[in-house]
Ligand binder design. Structure first.
Ligand SMILES: [Zn+2]
Length: 295
């Protein structure tokens, strides 16, 4: 899966929000679907893990989301993900190759197919465009407080907001979602990756001995959405040589049984005015209109 296609999917999500006239939070994926004459309906799930889906029937398009999803943020993300399958170039064709219906398991699950990843990033860009995220997080280091503020304004889950904040922040940040003694998901910002040669926290690996592991030992911490802040180090989490001090901020995600950990550092690994950074942005910009016209 090319990084470029993922970046393009996010850009298209951002553009769609702009095109629909959104210049402040929250962006409403239900209203965007309605404007496209797409019927959105809740549906009782018949398979475990299904978050939603999209149906192409002649000229009609329908989107459904699973009724067992209680979180409004997750529902909105699910509908935005399905809109990705509608708007992104090649998605309807790819889906229609096998069946007129596509079932999704949205929510940044690692190791899924390319169109799932693209739809997730489209959703992330649509609901949290870079410019609006930047207005919330500003130019300084962002911690759990900033993520909570972003999640409330954008009406998105804490996890989706944390990942988006990491993508938009110049400061090194890593986001880890865990359950019990295992890692469920991990994301590192580009500047975090350059801090040292880091081992990647894959799904299913054991959590290192950290405040997070300690926190997860009491299920009530998770259930009651408690928060804990502690000091940790890069080497403790990523078995590397560099013993850089990091802040470890932890919050229980409630009924779903997961915990969100945000690792951040004051260290500014990447100069925002760096030329290579600018060039990459220009490359993406130069491609954007082409993709938009192609649809
Ligand atoms: Zn999907």
């Amino acid at each position: 899966m090319s990084k470029f296609r993922i970046q393009m999917a996010r850009r298209q999500g951002e553009q769609k929000a702009k095109e629909m006239g959104y210049d402040c939070f929250p962006i409403d994926p239900f209203a965007i679907a309605e404007a496209e004459d797409i019927v959105v309906e809740p549906k009782a799930p018949d398979q475990v893990g299904v978050s939603g889906g999209i149906i192409f029937h002649n000229d009609n398009v329908g989107i459904f989301y699973a009724t067992n999803i209680k979180s409004e943020g997750f529902r909105r993300f699910t509908v935005a993900h399905e809109l990705g399958h509608y708007f992104l170039e090649g998605h309807p064709e790819e889906i229609l190759k096998t069946a007129p219906i596509h079932i999704s398991k949205a929510g940044f699950s690692q190791g899924t197919s390319s169109i799932e990843l693209e739809a997730d990033h489209f959703a992330s860009g649509l609901l949290m465009p870079t410019r609006l995220v930047g207005e919330v997080i500003g130019g300084s280091r962002i911690g759990l407080d900033g993520i909570v503020a972003l999640s409330q304004l954008a009406e998105c889950s804490l996890t989706a907001s944390a990942i988006r904040a990491a993508e938009c922040s110049d400061y090194p940040m890593a986001v880890v979602v865990s359950s019990g003694d295992k890692v469920a998901y991990a994301f590192m910002s580009e500047s975090f990756k350059t801090l040292d040669k880091l081992s990647f926290l894959r799904k299913g690996v054991l959590l290192p001995h950290t405040h997070t592991l300690q926190f997860n030992r009491d299920p009530k911490n998770v259930e009651y959405s408690r928060t804990v802040c502690g000091e940790t180090s890069l080497s403790q989490w990523f078995s590397c040589r560099r013993c850089l001090a990091l802040d470890e901020e932890i919050i229980g995600l409630g009924g779903y049984g997961f915990t969100l950990t945000v690792l951040s550092s004051e260290e500014l690994a990447e100069d925002p005015d760096d030329e290579a950074h600018d060039e990459q942005e220009q490359l993406v910009d130069s491609w954007t209109p082409k993709f938009a016209r192609g649809r």
